[in-house]
Design a binder for this molecule. Structure first.
Ligand code: PGA
Length: 268
């Protein structure tokens, strides 16, 4: 199975940005460009926006009108409910019509004490609840410079996925390779660096599960993706989409990336 028969996903991570008015303006602009979002292909590109918590409900309502567009949560607790101040659970999101969550974003790891263990708890619980999970992994600059990139990816992925069934992973898991040194820095990985890491991740999945699973899991690249650098990255055979921070805040740059992604990944 070649890369082009895998699901392709372009995701926007708004982080702590986006007031209600900005959320409405963003989706209104997307609604004016429906052709950018509908590819008409057998395996269309899927678009997912991860707004801040306060904009989730608004975004779900507005995205209903758009083709192939879903809304996700930037962070979700692994328990169904309980005394966990400041957290939201899978059932709370499902009730809103949300079926996607990021897990283990590097900013959660860096600023909010996300660990390998909590990323594992979230991944297992959310997949078992039926959510689509984008598990984020990536090395810091010092890890890359000391030749530890592959070890970091291996530890991050295997610690989160061990014990899960191949079936669940094939249906609901996506991985985002996000080198920490490229996030929000303007310093994007080269297409070769992205391809090498994605290829390595696919090999890990093949060894830990099987080759069918490895071929099915979409692997997205994240880290300073912009309209002017996305094409070469999305052309790589093991790159199945992108997780975009800063450039997803403006509807026009998100739509431009959408247009280029369709051209590169679907062929029109
Ligand atoms: P960036 O963020 O595109 O602003 O680098 C990517 C991310 O954190 O997911």
């Amino acid at each position: 199975m070649g890369s082009r028969s895998r699901r392709r996903v372009i995701a926007g991570n708004w982080k702590m940005h986006g007031l209600q008015s900005e959320t409405r303006a963003f989706f209104a602009e997307l609604a004016h460009s429906p052709t950018e979002l509908s590819s008409g292909a057998d395996t269309p590109v899927e678009w997912v926006i991860f707004p801040a918590m306060t904009s989730l409900g608004t975004a779900v309502d507005l995205a209903r009108e758009l083709p192939m567009t879903a809304i996700g949560s930037q962070n979700t607790h692994w328990e169904m409910k309980g005394a966990f101040t400041g957290e939201v659970s899978g059932p709370m999101l499902t009730e809103l019509g949300i079926s996607w969550s990021l897990v283990g974003h590097s900013e959660r790891r860096q600023f909010f004490a996300e660990t390998m263990n909590t990323a594992r708890l979230r991944t297992h619980s959310l997949l078992e609840q039926g959510l689509q999970v984008i598990l984020c992994v990536g090395e810091t600059l010092s890890e890359r410079e000391s030749g530890r990139t592959e070890a970091v990816l291996e530890e991050g992925i295997l610690s989160a996925l061990t014990g899960l069934s191949a079936e669940l992973i094939q249906k609901q898991l996506l991985i985002a390779y996000e080198p920490v040194w490229a996030i929000g820095t303007g310093q994007v990985a080269t297409p070769e660096q992205a391809q090498d890491a994605h290829h390595f991740i696919r090999g890990l999945l093949s060894d830990a599960f099987d080759s069918v699973t490895a071929q099915k899991v979409p692997i997205l690249y994240g880290g300073s993706v912009k309209p002017d650098n996305c094409e070469q990255i999305l052309k790589q055979p093991d790159v199945d989409g992108a997780l975009i921070g800063g450039a997803s805040l403006s509807a026009s740059s998100f739509l431009e990336i959408a247009r280029l992604a369709k051209k590169v990944m679907v062929g029109f």
